[in-house]
Ligand binder design. Structure first.
Ligand code: 3MF
Ligand code: MG
Length: 343
């Protein structure tokens, strides 16, 4: 059965080019303008933070509810689907030192209430997927928090949401650092270990971002394989990354084509997408792009994925198996590189 892949991205993936060292370089498209790009660029799924859906996650619920209904209507009219909602806990002042793992009981209370609203928003826009990117759930300096208590707080947060709504699923998107110096749950392996301790392990899975695995010094395709074996790979954020530095969110495959090929390979050969999973692209346009040309990173990433998919599908599997059996990995190296070069 061949998968007909569906692609997704979030409104933050079309942006004005600001970075920690300089301001915006192009005007921001409005949310409504961004929505028009989806189908044109070949995408069907929209990823959201809670406050991508509502004007402010601190507005009274009645206002948030009407905002969310309006967004649902915009999606429906355009034949688009909401893939997930992620509470954007890391921008609020309350989350200055972490939200779930904050030392402040008041901040933790705010976090849980806001997360429950994110679940309600998800329900209105039509998705069961809640993504947890635990941005500030770690430390700037080791002694700042109790590390054991912090792990417990992450599990308690998940339990509270899983109990709050019995339909939702939590997808952990782990990253080892940035904005924090050290994250408490740095990899998918750490996260799925905790998943098994929750009140509903079958409703806790993963979203794996290529760059996040690379930043942890790991191979993204192996991280994906680990989650796929457990039937817990429910979304991906494909992109690329030049070594262990800040999270670059480069277009998929532009740094290391072979590493990208291996990600497509592991997804395709293991039925990813056959239960409706999206191929998410968490990519950013370079700051140097003009506004009119600031969506190419999305269509390029999609195109590179589809071209690599052709290569995965046309790879001579018998040859690969033969070379594995005879342990001739030098020949296998050449086979793969030649295949990538179209030889
Ligand atoms: C950070 C990320 C985030 C998450 C997003 C959804 C802003 O490295 O990858 O992008 O993907 O918040 O969880
Ligand atoms: Mg991401």
């Amino acid at each position: 059965m061949t998968t007909n892949y569906r692609f997704s991205f979030g409104p933050w993936n079309i942006h004005s080019g600001s970075d920690p060292f300089g301001p915006a370089m192009r005007d921001e498209f409005t949310f409504a303008e961004k929505l028009e790009f989806y189908k044109k660029l070949g995408f069907d799924g929209v990823q959201f933070h809670d406050d991508d859906v509502v004007t402010s996650a601190d507005d009274p619920w009645t206002k948030q509810e009407s905002d969310a209904k309006r967004v649902r209507q915009l999606l429906d009219e355009r034949g688009l689907v909401a893939e997930f909602v992620a509470p954007r806990l890391w921008e609020n002042e309350m989350g200055i030192d972490g939200s779930i793992t904050s030392n402040s009981p008041e901040a933790r209370k705010y976090t849980l209430e806001r997360s429950k609203r994110a679940v309600d928003i998800a329900q209105i826009i039509g998705t069961k997927n809640i993504v947890l990117w635990p941005a500030r759930e770690g430390t700037y300096m080791r002694e700042a928090k109790d590390p054991v208590a912090s792990i417990g707080r992450l599990v308690e947060w998940m339990n509270a949401l899983l109990e709050y709504n019995k339909d939702i699923r939590i997808l952990g998107e782990m990253k080892p650092n940035e904005p924090m110096d050290q994250a408490y749950v740095p990899t998918v392996g750490h996260f799925l270990g905790l998943a098994s301790l929750t009140v509903a392990p079958s409703r806790v899975g993963a979203l794996i971002e290529s760059a996040h695995s690379i930043l942890a010094g790991l191979d993204p395709s192996d991280d994906m394989a680990y989650a796929l074996y457990q039937k817990k790979l429910w979304s991906v954020h494909l992109n690329d990354q030049n070594g262990l530095k800040f999270d670059e969110d480069k277009s998929f495959g532009v740094v290391d084509l072979r590493r990208a090929f291996n990600q497509v390979w592991v997804l395709e050969r293991n039925g990813y997408g056959q239960n409706g999973e999206f191929v998410g692209l968490d990519v950013k346009a370079l700051r140097t792009q003009s506004k009119e040309k600031s969506t190419k990173h999305l269509s390029n990433s999609r195109e590179i994925f589809l071209k690599l998919l052709d290569l995965v599908r046309s790879l001579d599997v018998k040859k690969v198996e033969g070379l594995r059996a005879s342990r001739d990995y030098e020949e296998l190296d050449l086979l793969i590189v030649n295949h990538l070069m179209g030889k």
